[in-house]
Design a protein around this ligand. Structure first.
Ligand code: ADP
Length: 152
């Protein structure tokens, strides 16, 4: 059986922190699906299609990575895509406390799907999509926090 992981998130925008998690996950899995969650009640800064296009550019030559969008439960998306793993990144104890009940509830709903956490590389743990968006909204240059393929 192929080891397929889903990396769910908003990726608004996709940063070097996200990139690091995906690259470090590649030796662990046969395929990583970067899955952009679409939540009707949540406001996003960058349009969905642009976020997908950027991620597609970053992994254009990496056959083991694909990008998809989804609505609804992450576990349902995993089942629909034959994935047995949910991948998430941990920057701090705050991330851990946020992620823990989600992982427990996902396990309660789908016992066959394991959540796997990778700890962020220390030099990237300060990167946060919210702050990157604020820099961009205020006319700053956020390129040092973004993969080179993403030019904003
Ligand atoms: P969400 O809205 O679901 O939190 P994000 O796009 O903010 O989506 O984050 C997606 C995943 O990437 C989460 O697991 C988050 O912890 C992780 N992540 C975000 N920033 C970083 C970073 N700098 N380094 C590593 N992981 C990160």
């Amino acid at each position: 059986m192929k080891r397929i992981a889903v990396f769910p998130g908003s990726f608004d925008p996709f940063t070097l922190g996200h990139d690091d998690i995906v690259k470090r996950a590649l030796p662990l899995f046969d395929h990583v699906i970067i899955a952009i969650g679409v939540n009707a009640s949540k406001k996003y800064h960058f349009p969905l299609e642009l976020r997908m296009e950027w991620i597609g550019k970053v992994f254009a030559t990496e056959e083991k990575v694909s990008v998809k969008k989804y609505e609804g439960l992450t576990v349902d998306f995993c089942r629909g895509n034959g994935a047995n793993f949910i991948l998430r990144g941990l920057r701090s104890n705050v991330d851990f406390e946020f992620e823990k009940p989600i992982a427990h509830m996902n396990t309660a709903m789908a016992n066959e799907i394991e959540t796997v956490f990778l700890v962020t590389s220390p030099e990237l743990s300060g990167i946060n999509s919210t702050i990157v968006r604020d820099i961009i909204k205020n006319g700053g240059n956020a390129s040092q926090f973004l993969p080179k393929e993403i030019e904003i």
